[in-house]
Design a protein around this ligand. Structure first.
Ligand code: ADP
Ligand code: ZN
Length: 727
């Protein structure tokens, strides 16, 4: 009898602990970080070995056996494994889900991690067999298939419904055998573009990072849009390539920045792995394997690429580090930006966070000496900084959101054959459908939200739950003809088209981008100059290079001024400057117009009359006064239920239990978030706030131990959000 050993396995189920299993097969038990197939209830699951144990917690006779080990080498090496274990603790998320989150879907389903594949073929004996040799149905099929094709990959056989066990039995009888073949490597192309000679600011940045010892250090590069940050990344990456080391470059969204990918390919050829959610499962696995084998030297990806299986990492870069999309909003709610710093420390390599408008957290970290500050204040080859002015909407006439001074400026720039970019934070035709007779506004039944008018397709949409209704102009209560109030991208586009019938206008928003291919063709028209006016949402602020834009208009700055979220003003400042950064070209400085009903609001005037630094300091002062992060730490408990009382009662119980456990932590709520009802569910949130991370996390862990046993907790949806990006 073989001696059995016991291991703990983390399985991707919402279960906190790991389960014990025993290894009874020959050889030592699988190492930490290897995938194993195990029984769970009446099903089989793929989990990851987290621990070897001497004494199991249960009677050994009741411990089930590992069915199969899928890896000879761990899929998660020690460095990544440790990082993920830390994540599970810090984000209070089940370890099994965290570990598997770091793997491509196909690996979660059991595909081989190595980029070599098993190919099956028949032996001489196998080929000589006839059906009279009393073979089973499946075996006859295998023989049929293999006679026709000589060799077939194990995966293809599996897809045809033939399991490994059938083939192994045939191999044992000497009828079939397999050979391992490396996967086809993708063809590698050569670079076609040589680097720029760096200017002084760029050279200073590159030297600061390269000259430092090759060990952990965190840098915050504050460089205005167009100051040549990407060029700095490429030089740093190139230095790493020289030593054969990998660089990880994180960006907020790849779909919106095809230009960056192109630039990297032109500069470095294709030793590049791309990781983002738009890929197929097979492409993701390919990128993962290329990273782990070390074949890929540059890894370009969005949020989840922070878990890329780096093998010889030299550098991590986080572009647009302020961007909220680095924070995962559901499930395992990690911050890829924060983890980049942590991972770099674990790997003992430098990490570069960069943005034109850094987050207040990062600025705060510079102040406290945790990050080293680097600056690039000049736009490359531009005639000068854009001028920014605020248009007081209380004194100027407007036409559906377009003020007279803005219209005049648009005319002026168009007459010079220049491009105009207009930013509005709202898609659709109009956000409100109002009956002026009885005052009724068309609302969503499932959310605390108004229905947005999409006039062209004759529909009303809820932008929060997706509910649609067909549009009727007559009021359902008093039958009066209703009116559309306010403007979204569609209405602004229509309005401009009426004002400038000869001009080609493009609209850029989520509705457009969801049609495959249309985004690319719109961007191409803009680049070629066919399109002269671009009207768009947030998407405009993200990374596009519009070379001939000299006028930028922000149709309303007001939404961001009075929000309830403590990050509102920070976001406003970032959006305004990111959009403003699109203005200007070599021969002509840009002009930026910001429309507002509150032109003397201190946040706006600081931003416009001074700069982002002054704005950041002002916003940080506000945060400090209210003791919001980064001057404290936050953990949010969120709950949602069909019934409003149920959600509140659950959080109320957490609040009172926590208050009984400690009085040192500030507990706020439960309260309703800014949109309480969404998709027919009532939402509520409870905040834990403290200036010691440890105190906050200890209480949360203790609370979780209790809460998970409450029957209540099984009846509603709830979650914990550490360092929330939004309240
Ligand atoms: P950012 O990433 O800061 O917005 P980019 O790196 O995209 O800026 O640079 C802006 C433009 O300037 C790009 O078109 C780039 O090719 C060009 N550029 C960057 N560095 C240099 C340089 N040293 N010399 C000449 N052109 C440069
Ligand atoms: Zn809705």
């Amino acid at each position: 009898m073989t001696k059995s050993s016991f291991v703990q396995v983390a399985i991707p189920v919402p279960l906190v602990g790991q389960l014990d299993y025993q290894w009874t097969k020959s050889g030592p038990p699988p190492s930490l970080g290897c995938r194993v197939r195990v029984p769970l209830g009446r099903r089989e699951k793929i989990g990851i070995v987290t621990c070897h144990i001497d004494k199991p917690s249960l009677d050994p006779s009741r411990i089930r056996e590992i069915l199969e080990t899928l890896d000879t080498e761990p899929v998660l090496n020690t460095e990544l494994f440790d990082l993920l274990c830390w994540c599970a603790k810090y984000y209070h998320h089940p370890l099994g889900e965290v570990l598997t989150h770091a793997l491509p879907t196909l690996l979660r389903q059991g595909r081989p991690a190595q980029s070599s594949e098993k190919f099956w073929e028949l032996t001489k004996t196998g080929r000589a067999l006839s059906s009279e040799d009393y073979l089973g149905k499946l075996q006859i099929r295998v023989i049929d298939l293999l006679r026709r094709c000589d060799q077939i990959s194990a995966q293809e056989l599996l897809d045809a419904g033939i399991k490994g066990s059938v083939l192994n039995r045939m191999a044992a009888r000497g009828w079939a055998k397999y050979l391992e073949k490396p996967c086809q490597m993708k063809s590698v192309t050569k670079p076609i573009e040589s680097p720029f000679e760096l200017n002084v600011e760029q050279q200073n940045c590159v030297s600061a990072i390269t000259d430092a010892a090759e060990s952990y250090a965190a840098y915050l590069l504050q460089g205005v849009t167009g100051s040549g940050k990407t060029e700095v990344y490429m030089h740093l990456i190139s230095n790493q390539l020289h030593f054969g080391r990998q660089s990880l470059l994180l960006v907020p969204e790849i779909g919106l920045t095809p230009q960056l990918l192109k630039r990297l390919e032109n500069r470095f050829g294709t030793c590049l792995a791309v990781m983002h959610s738009g890929l197929t499962a097979a492409e993701r696995l390919e990128a993962w394997r290329a990273t782990r084998s070390g074949e890929a030297k540059i890894i370009l990806g969005t949020r989840s690429a922070i878990f890329a299986p780096l093998v010889n990492a030299g550098l991590i870069i986080v572009d647009e580090e302020h961007d909220a999309s680095y924070k995962q909003q559901d499930g395992f709610k990690y911050s890829a930006r924060d983890l980049a710093v942590l991972r770099a420390r674990g790997l003992n390599i430098p990490v570069l966070l960069a943005s034109a408008t850094p987050s207040l957290e990062s600025i705060h970290n510079v102040t406290h000496g945790r990050y080293q500050e680097l600056r690039m204040d000049d736009q490359i080859g531009l005639a000068g900084k854009p001028t920014i002015q605020i248009i007081d909407m209380n004194v100027h006439a407007e036409r559906h959101g377009l003020s007279t001074p803005l219209i005049t400026a648009i005319e002026r720039h168009l007459s010079l054959d220049q491009q105009v970019l207009l930013f509005i934070n709202r898609r659709g035709f109009a956000p409100v459908l109002l009956c002026t007779e009885c005052g009724t506004v068309e609302e969503c039944d499932q959310c605390d939200a108004r229905m947005t008018l999409h006039a062209r397709i004759g529909q009303l949409w809820c932008h929060h739950c997706g509910l649609t209704r067909s549009l009727t102009w007559g009021c359902s209560i008093c039958a009066t003809e209703r009116i559309a109030v306010g403007a979204g991208t569609q209405r602004i586009t229509d309005e401009l088209q009426a004002l400038f019938p000869e001009i080609k206008i493009a609209r850029l928003d989520k509705d457009i981008a969801s049609n495959k291919g249309s985004l690319e063709s719109i961007l191409a028209d803009v680049t070629h100059g066919d399109t002269q006016i671009i009207v768009g949402t947030q998407m405009l602020a993200k990374g596009h290079d519009f070379p001939n834009v000299t006028l930028v208009g922000v149709l309303s700055a007001d939404q961001g001024l009075f929000g309830t979220d403590f990050r509102c003003s920070e976001k406003l400042g970032q959006t305004l400057l990111q959009v403003a950064g699109r203005a200007g070209r070599r021969d002509q400085p840009g002009e930026v117009f910001i429309q507002s009903h509150y032109p003397s609001h201190p946040l706006l005037t600081t931003l416009v009359q001074q700069d982002y630094d002054a704005f950041g300091q002002l916003a940080l002062k506000e945060r400090k006064a209210a003791a919001w992060p980064p001057f404290s730490y936050l953990i949010v408990w969120r709950a949602e239920a069909i019934n409003k009382k149920t959600a509140h009662a659950f959080l109320e119980r957490i609040a009172s239990t926590a208050r009984n456990m400690t009085d040192s932590i500030k507990i706020l709520g439960p309260a309703a978030p800014s949109m309480e009802k969404r998709g027919n569910r009532f939402r509520a949130q409870l905040l834990f706030q403290h200036n010691s991370r440890k105190t906050l996390h200890d209480l949360t862990s203790n609370m979780l131990l209790l809460v998970r046993d409450w029957p209540q907790a099984r009846r509603i949806r709830w979650s914990i959000d550490v360092d929330p990006a939004e309240l």
